[in-house]
Structures are given as structure tokens and as C-alpha cells.
Write a protein that binds this ligand. Structure first.
Ligand code: 523
Length: 128
């Protein structure tokens, strides 16, 4: 079983979204940033590594958000609540980043990558 982990980074009632630049099917759609957990790595440290690479910031990682989503054969996607502890996010590997309120998130639901859209209500709930 392979795990992909994604960060629900929240600051001042807004959620950080990152815009995918590849592959073509999802380029332009927004996601919770993250990536694959490598062998021997914990989910939390994988997420800290991926976020440092992708956004050039350090995060602290908390509880899971919503239920894991099955991506395909033997691949699951999990989201963890997270917050910034150092730096300001920069789109090093994405097309762009943005902070959205719960209301904005609902309104742009169709622009999320399909797997992340499953968490819409959980994410809105997280924003209060
Ligand atoms: N997702 C996904 N949502 C989401 C992430 C971070 C990833 O649906 N929030 C999917 C997209 C890919 C798979 O999970 O099918 C791996 O994500 P990716 O490509 O961001 O992981 P990386 O960066 O570890 O992998 P490489 O692109 O191969 O470097």
C-alpha cells in the first residue's frame, strides 16, 4: 500500500491551495499540496519534506482531515491539518498558491482536483 499525504494548511481562517501544473488532466486545478510518502518515512515527516520542497516553508502537522481517499490500486491519499511555523509559501513546483475562506472554497469546488473535492465539507468545517 502506497500513501500520498496532503496538507490542509490553515492560517487566520483561510486554507492554502496550490494550483497543479501537471499532468494535463489536472493542470490548472487546485489541490492541498503534498506528495508521496517514501519507504521508511512517517506520514508527518513526508508531508514536512514535501511542503518544504514545494512551498519553501516549514509546517507543524496535526490531526487527519476527513477520511482517506482511494486514488487507485493500492494508493491512498490522506490529508493532515497543518500550520506554518516558518516562511511564506512560494509556488516552487505549482503554478500558483492562494489562501481561501470557507465561502470561497465552496464556490470554487469544481476547480479542485477530484480526490480533494471529496473533502470539501471537512475543509469548510476546518475553517469554522
Ligand atoms: N494527489 C491528489 N491530491 C493531492 C495530492 C498532493 C496528490 O489527488 N492533494 C495525487 C496526484 C497523483 C498522486 O497523488 O496521482 C501523487 O501526487 P504528486 O504527483 O503531487 O506526488 P509527488 O510530488 O510525490 O510525485 P511526483 O510528481 O512523481 O514527484
Amino acid at each position: 500500500m502506497k500513501t500520498v499525504v496532503a496538507a490542509a494548511i490553515v492560517r487566520e481562517g483561510r486554507l492554502l491551495l496550490a494550483q497543479r501544473s501537471y499532468p494535463e488532466e489536472v493542470a490548472g486545478l487546485w489541490e492541498l499540496p503534498g506528495g508521496k510518502v517514501e519507504d521508511g518515512e512517517s506520514i508527518a515527516s513526508a508531508l514536512q519534506r514535501e511542503i518544504a520542497e514545494e512551498l519553501t516553508v516549514r509546517i507543524e502537522v496535526g490531526e487527519p482531515v476527513g477520511e482517506p481517499v482511494t486514488l487507485g490500486d493500492n494508493v491512498i491519499l490522506v490529508a493532515l491539518h497543518a500550520w506554518l511555523v516558518d516562511g511564506e509559501p512560494v509556488a516552487a513546483e505549482h503554478s500558483a498558491v492562494m489562501w481561501v475562506t470557507g465561502e470561497q472554497l465552496r464556490a470554487m469546488a469544481v476547480d479542485l482536483v477530484p480526490a480533494d473535492a471529496v473533502w470539501l465539507e471537512d475543509l469548510v468545517g476546518l475553517l469554522g
